[in-house]
Design a protein around this ligand. Structure first.
Ligand SMILES: [Zn+2]
Length: 81
């Protein structure tokens, strides 16, 4: 699966990557929504480079652990086969 196909699984909008805050506003996607115990909602966004890196880590982890790898699910748990 190539880069464009992987990125096509996500919806992109301008935001700040959780790993690259210094980069400022860039194309990002929401990978996780956190609900802190003190209330409110925190959205975690990642840039395209980070998403691609996490996708490949996820694929490797899935192969090693015997899990199903499905692209487009960074930030979600891996499910056993
Ligand atoms: Zn990033």
């Amino acid at each position: 699966m190539d880069r464009e196909q992987l990125l096509g699984h996500y919806e992109w909008s301008v935001g700040v990557c959780f790993r690259h805050p210094a980069a400022g506003g860039t194309e990002t996607t929401v990978i996780k929504t956190l609900y802190p115990p003190d209330g409110g909602r925190e959205v975690v966004r990642a840039c395209q480079e980070c998403v691609l890196r996490m996708e490949s880590q996820r694929r490797e982890a899935a192969l090693e652990g015997g899990f199903v790898y499905e692209p487009g699910r960074v930030g979600q748990e891996l499910h056993p086969n």
